[in-house]
Design a protein around this ligand. Structure first.
Ligand SMILES: O=c1[nH]cc([C@@H]2O[C@H](COP(=O)(O)O)[C@@H](O)[C@H]2O)c(=O)[nH]1
Ligand SMILES: [Mg+2]
Length: 227
């Protein structure tokens, strides 16, 4: 029986529906140059640090933009879209439950601090329940973004009681994030985008769920919702 003591949440596409904002934003930029933003390119970007994500789109689509120009355009559009991103099903209930049961929880995201602030502002009280947040793009301790394990290892280290990897559960939506959690030696529950190719990862994760509404805490030794 898996006995989890700490839970690390991804943010984009797991707690808040910000992946929709990214898809709209990057599609609009690509269309301006007659290019199409595909799921394949999106999947490579998800979880990466901002500058790496930018380079992926620029290189793969041949966008006539520097990384800074791309990020400036993306941020301008996200500024309008992010405040309207809704919480995803089951996320708030699970976060509040774990916090109430005094289970240490934190977030680890590929975002930079600017993006994290924009994504969490409409849900500030809920995000205040997390012990800490690791924003890979701006964190000097995070050498490599997802799919490398750095952000999850740094996030686990920043809990006062520094749990061992196999006591930590990672909740992720992105293939890169799932790979990072696995490389960190942690348990992983994957809530994938329906378009994700599950073949390579399904055997390596503890569970694949359609949404966090399907999450059963006691399956991981966590207090049941009824408690
Ligand atoms: O369509 C996209 N989704 C997500 C990203 C990247 O993924 C990060 C969110 O990853 P995570 O869910 O691990 O926080 C964003 O900050 C951004 O860098 C992207 O570039 N394009
Ligand atoms: Mg995500």
């Amino acid at each position: 029986m898996t006995s989890i003591t700490h839970v690390i949440f991804d943010v984009d596409g797991l707690i808040v529906d910000t992946e929709r904002c990214y898809t709209e934003t990057i599609s609009e930029i690509c269309q301006r140059y007659g290019k199409t933003f595909t799921w394949e390119i999106k999947a490579k970007q998800m979880g990466q640090k901002e500058a790496v994500s930018a380079k992926i789109a620029i290189d793969e689509l041949g966008l006539p933009l520097t990384v800074d120009e791309y990020l400036t355009e993306v941020r301008a559009k996200l500024e309008e879209k992010l405040p309207h991103a809704q919480l995803l099903p089951g996320a708030e209930k699970l976060i509040r439950h774990l916090h109430k049961q005094k289970i240490p929880i934190a977030v680890a995201t590929g975002s930079d601090k600017w993006g994290f602030a924009k994504k969490t502002a409409p849900h500030a009280e809920l995000f205040s329940l997390f012990h800490h947040a690791v924003c890979a793009s701006d964190d000097p301790d995070v050498k490599h973004g997802k799919p490398e394990p750095d952000c999850f290892l740094v996030c686990a280290e920043r809990f006062p009681d520094q749990p061992k990897a196999d006591k930590v559960l990672v909740l992720e939506d992105a293939p890169n994030g799932v790979e990072a959690g696995i490389k960190a030696g942690m348990h992983v529950v994957w809530v994938p985008d329906p378009r994700a190719d599950q073949s390579g990862l399904s055997g390596k994760v503890d569970q694949i769920l359609e949404s966090l509404e399907q999450f059963v805490p006691e399956k991981f030794g966590l207090p049941p919702y009824s408690s």
